[in-house]
Design a protein around this ligand. Structure first.
Ligand code: UD1
Ligand code: CA
Length: 465
């Protein structure tokens, strides 16, 4: 097998995005457009990946270096931008002679690995292989011109094409595979004597024909795979195409998605058997859903593990960030719950509406059903944490832990001022502010004693003078 070197063109301006951010850094499914292309190169096991930068290079290069620290990305600067041929010329000093070069674009994110593998197969280490597609409206694209026997003998850019050529529906996708030892001398022969006064990469076709090198076209029919992003509208269209592709793959594995048009995965989601996902859910980062998990409508779920049988009711927000979140088997979360980094819930925990949990462990069967905050807390089995109660974990400078031992019942509207421990089986009376640890089994009440004054007369308005 010939080694593979991938070249990604990403120097263009992206004027129609009307954005201060370079086009290739705009995100599709939470990931920069050009990162999709880099990841495709990685899946192809490319020996090297060279990104051609120009417009916004000072933003693109550091962003990609950071995001691909484990891989050795190379950059070739193209200043100014004189066309696609001129772009690839910049990579010549970085390209070994013994490989096959695949040319991709940083703004074409959805090309499938098996499509490129098929292109490499037709290239066969010795031919010029072009990825092509038939478009009903080929306006603006380079036309694939074939001789009477059907052999490709030129790509003619739209602006240079005559009427007969413009009538051709087969277009060049912008993707080719070519041996480096053929490509390099062809690049040296490019000129800009054309309608756009650009150095066209597509002119290598005529040099191949002149040199007797076979030019082979690999034609596909899935337009999304070669679609570029030039505007926010096209970005949104490709986002939907990508999400639908993911949704279909999950459904093929048995995941029940109520509406695949309202399903978004921006990261990596794994689903066990019999998972059900209602509409408008967004999954980000690494998310794992166990057997039979049900996700209600309008949930945002990031960086967490949800174990078998758990139910996440509508409008729940979960984000484990770097620490992660675990929801144990059979737990019931939401509606309107918020689980933050380090929330570790064991089996059968109930977290209800307007309850926030951060950096806290809740043992089996613990419940906080309404309007509560548990931060930096260790909560024992079967604890019931009442409505409106909170752990005051922050003294303005440092965070402290609250320990609530098994079978404790915390009434409504309590403040547990950390560091503090509520002994096992204890009860905290409603409205208490607890600042000292309590004994196991004790009832603790810390609030003003009730005073009731009989026949109390409310003040009355003075008559106007
Ligand atoms: C190119 C092809 C055309 C093909 C079309 C598919 C040429 C001459 N034409 O058209 O046959 O049908 O793609 O979309 O190659 N870029 C640079 N530096 C430059 C110019 C472009 O890096 O100097 C990058 C762009 O950022 C983009 C890619 O190359 O990622 C393609 O450029 P674009 O202008 O979109 O393609 P066309 O030249 O219109
Ligand atoms: Ca152009």
């Amino acid at each position: 097998m010939t080694a593979l070197d991938v070249v990604i063109m990403a120097a263009g301006k992206g004027t129609r995005m009307k954005s201060s951010m370079p086009k290739v850094l705009h995100r599709l499914a939470g990931k920069a457009l050009v990162q999709h292309v880099i990841d495709t190169a990685r899946s192809l096991q490319a020996r090297s990946t060279i990104v051609i930068t120009g417009h916004g290079a000072e933003q693109v290069e550091p962003a990609l270096t950071l995001a691909n620290a484990a891989d050795h990305l190379q950059f070739a600067r193209q200043m100014p931008q004189l066309g696609t041929g001129h772009a690839v010329q910049q990579t010549v000093p970085l390209l070994p002679d013994d490989g096959v070069v695949v040319v991709l674009s940083g703004d074409v994110p959805l090309t499938q690995v098996d499509t490129l593998q098929a292109l490499l197969d037709v290239c066969d280490g010795k031919q010029l292989a072009l990825l092509t597609i038939d478009f009903a409206d080929p306006t603006g694209y380079g036309r694939i011109v074939r001789n009477p026997s059907g052999q490709v003998h030129a790509i003619v850019e739209h602006k240079d094409a005559n009427d007969a050529q413009r009538a051709i529906h087969e277009v060049y996708s912008g993707i080719m595979a070519v041996p480096a030892k053929l490509l390099k001398p062809w690049l040296a022969r490019l000129d800009n004597h054309n309608a756009q006064q650009e150095f066209y990469l597509t002119d290598v076709v005529k040099f191949a024909v002149a040199d007797g090198v076979p030019v082979v076209a690999h034609k596909i029919s899935d337009a999304a795979q070669v679609a570029g992003v030039n505007s926010p509208t096209q970005l949104a269209e490709l986002e939907r195409a990508f999400q639908l592709r993911q949704a279909n793959a999950f459904m093929a594995d048995g995941v029940r998605i109520i509406d695949p048009a309202r399903f978004d995965v921006r990261g990596h989601l794994t689903c066990a058997q019999d998972v059900e996902i209602d509409v408008n859910c967004i999954f980000q980062g690494q998310v794992s859903l166990g057997q039979g998990v049900k996700i209600g409508a309008n949930c945002v779920i990031a960086n967490c593990t949800i174990e078998a049988g758990a139910v996440i009711h509508p409008f729940t927000h979960i984000d484990g960030e770097k620490l992660g979140v675990t929801v144990g088997e059979g737990s019931l979360i939401g509606p309107f719950a918020r689980l933050r980094p380090g929330a570790q819930l064991a089996a059968e925990v109930h977290i209800g509406n307007f309850v926030e949990v951060k950096n806290s462990t809740l043992a089996k069967g613990a419940k906080a059903n309404h309007l509560a905050y548990l931060g930096d807390a260790t909560v024992g089995e079967r604890v019931n944490f009442g409505a409106g109660s909170i752990t005051a974990n922050y003294d303005g400078a440092n965070k402290h832990r609250t320990v609530i031992e098994a079978d404790v019942h915390v009434g409504s509207n309590c403040v547990l001022v950390a560091p503090v421990t509520i002994g096992a089986g204890g009860t905290v009376g409603g409205g208490s502010t607890i600042t000292k640890s309590t004994e196991a089994g004790a009832l603790s009440v810390a609030r003003g004693k009730q005073v009731s004054i009989a026949n109390w007369k409310r003040p009355e308005k003075k008559p106007k003078a």
